[in-house]
Design a protein around this ligand. Structure first.
Ligand code: RFL
Ligand code: PHB
Length: 391
C-alpha cells in the first residue's frame, strides 16, 4: 500500500494532558502541529487518573483558553486535612501561601483539550498504530505510523514525545545518553470512585497503622477514595465490604455509595535525563513519574509543556535555539524538587514494613511537628499548591 506523506512543524506523539496542551499553546502562536494518539477518543476521555490542579496549572490552562468549564465545574480548595493518631488537623493552604488548589478530573481536562483541538481544525489522529520515531538527531526528524492499516509518514522540524511512561519516544533516545533514576515502593493504591458525598469538605490524607488512605472527590455527589494495598494486589481480595471497612478505619468515617470504578495505581519515582536529544523533546510521564501522594503527575506535565511551548515559539518565531538548549535543565530543576516532595509525602504517610518499629515513631513525630510548626506547614503548603514557575 502506498505511504501517505505529510509535513508539519511539530509532530506530537500522545494526546494526554501534555500533548494536547502543547498542541493548543503552539496553535495560539500560529505554529503547526500534528497529534498522534494510539487509543480512541472515548478511551482517553474516560480514563480516570489524577484530579488535583495547582493554581499555576489552572492559570496555565486559562492562558491557553482551556478554562471555561474548569471555572464553572472545578472545586477550589483552600486547605487540606492530615489525619494521624485518631485526629484530623487542617492545613490552611490559602492563609499560608495565598494560593489554592482545584479539583477537576484529568479526563475532564482531556475532554476540554480534545474539544479545543478539534475546533482548530488541525490534525489529531486517534487509533494511530505502530508509531515510530526516526532521524531524531537530524533537523528533519520523521514519524511513521499506520492509520486504519494505511502507512503514514510525517516530516517534522521537531518531535514532542508526550506519550506517557510506556510510549515509544523515550525508547527512541540512544540508551548511552540516557540516565535513569528510579525508586519503587513496596505498596500500591487501590482507588475507587463511589456515588457518595465526600466525607470531608477538603482532601483528607490519613496515616494509619493499617496503611495510608486518601479521601478526595470529583463533585458533591462523587467521592474518589484511595487505600494503600500490596503492590501486585489481587482486586478479587477486596470485595466492597472490605474496602469500606478499611476506608472507615483509616479515615475515621466514610460515606458509602455505589462503587462505579475500581483500579490499582502503582507507586514509582522515575526520572530520565536528559529530556531532549537532537530534535526530540520529552514532556510529562514520558520523562518522569511521581508517586501520586503529592498529586503532582499532571501538574508536572503541564509545567514541562509551558517551557517547551516557550522554547518552540522562540525557535519558530525568532530562529532562537537558546531556550530549546536549556529545556531539559530548566524542567529538571522543578522535576527534582517535585520528586523530592512526592517521595517525602509518600514516606510520611505510608506503612513501609510490618517489622520496623522505628519508622512509625519517626512518622508520628514528624506529623506532630508539622501540625504544631507554622514553618513546617508553610513548607508543605507552598509545595502542595505548586512552586513558582521559572518560565
Ligand atoms: P499520559 O496521560 O499518559 O498521556 C500519554 C498519551 O500517549 C498515548 N500513547 C501513545 N500514542 C501514540 N503512540 C503510542 N505508541 C503511544 N503510547 C502511548 C497514550 O494513550 C496517552 O493518551 O501522559 P501525560 O500527558 O504526560 O500526562 C501525565 C498524567 O497523565 C499523569 O502524570 C497522571 O495521571 C499520573 N497519575 C496520577 N497523578 C496524580 O497526580 N494523581 C493521581 O491520582 C494519579 N493517578 C496516574 C494515576 C497515572 C496512572 N497511570 C499512568 C497508569 C493513575 C494511573 C492509573
Ligand atoms: C485525586 O483527586 O484523584 C487525587 C488528589 C490528591 C492526590 C492524589 C489524587 O494526592
Amino acid at each position: 500500500m502506498r505511504t501517505q506523506v505529510g509535513r508539519t512543524q511539530v509532530g506530537i506523539v500522545g494526546a494526554g494532558p501534555a500533548g494536547l496542551l502543547l498542541a493548543q499553546m503552539l496553535n495560539r502562536e500560529g505554529i503547526d502541529s500534528v497529534v498522534l494518539e494510539a487509543r480512541s477518543r472515548s478511551h482517553i476521555e474516560s480514563r480516570i487518573r489524577a484530579g488535583l490542579l495547582e493554581q499555576g496549572s489552572v492559570d496555565t490552562l486559562a492562558e491557553a483558553g482551556l478554562d471555561a468549564r474548569l471555572r464553572r465545574e472545578g472545586l477550589p480548595h483552600d486547605g487540606l486535612a492530615l489525619r494521624f493518631a485518631g485526629a484530623s488537623h487542617r492545613i490552611d493552604l490559602q492563609a499560608l501561601t495565598g494560593r489554592r488548589v482545584t479539583i477537576y478530573g484529568q479526563q475532564e481536562v482531556v475532554k476540554d483539550m480534545v474539544a479545543a483541538r478539534l475546533a482548530t481544525g488541525r490534525p489529531l489522529h486517534f487509533g494511530a498504530e505502530e508509531v515510530a520515531l526516526h532521524d531524531i538527531a537530524t533537523d528533519r526528524p520523521r514519524l511513521t505510523w499506520k492509520q486504519e492499516g494505511v502507512p503514514q509518514e510525517l516530516h517534522c522540524d521537531v518531535i514532542a514525545g508526550c506519550d506517557g511512561f510506556h510510549g515509544p519516544s523515550r525508547e527512541a533516545m540512544p540508551p548511552e545518553i540516557l540516565r535513569i533514576y528510579e525508586r519503587t515502593y513496596p505498596f500500591a493504591w487501590l482507588g475507587i470512585l463511589a456515588e457518595a458525598p465526600p466525607v470531608s469538605p477538603e482532601l483528607l490524607y490519613a496515616r494509619h497503622e493499617e496503611g495510608f488512605a486518601l479521601a478526595t472527590m470529583r463533585s458533591q455527589h462523587l467521592s474518589r477514595l484511595y487505600l494503600q494495598c500490596a503492590p501486585e494486589e489481587n482486586l478479587a481480595l477486596w470485595p466492597e465490604e472490605r474496602i469500606w471497612q478499611a476506608l472507615g478505619t483509616r479515615l475515621g468515617a466514610v460515606n458509602r455509595g455505589r462503587i462505579v470504578q475500581k483500579g490499582l495505581t502503582a507507586m514509582r519515582s522515575y526520572v530520565a535525563e536528559p529530556m531532549r536529544h537532537g530534535r526530540l523533546f520529552l514532556a510529562g510521564d514520558a520523562a518522569h513519574i511521581v508517586p501520586p501522594t503529592g498529586a503532582k503527575g499532571m501538574n508536572l506535565a503541564i509545567a514541562d509543556v509551558r517551557v517547551l511551548a516557550a522554547a518552540l515559539t522562540s525557535f519558530f518565531r525568532q530562529g532562537d535555539q537558546g531556550l530549546m538548549d536549556r529545556y531539559s535543565a530548566i524542567c529538571l530543576q522543578r522535576i527534582w524538587k517535585v520528586q523530592r516532595f512526592s517521595w517525602w509525602m509518600t514516606a510520611l504517610l505510608h506503612r513501609f514494613s510490618e517489622e520496623d518499629a522505628f519508622e512509625p515513631r519517626v512518622q508520628l513525630a514528624e506529623l506532630d511537628y508539622l501540625v504544631h510548626s507554622e514553618a513546617a506547614r508553610t513548607a508543605l503548603a507552598e509545595q502542595y499548591v505548586g512552586l513558582p514557575y521559572d518560565i
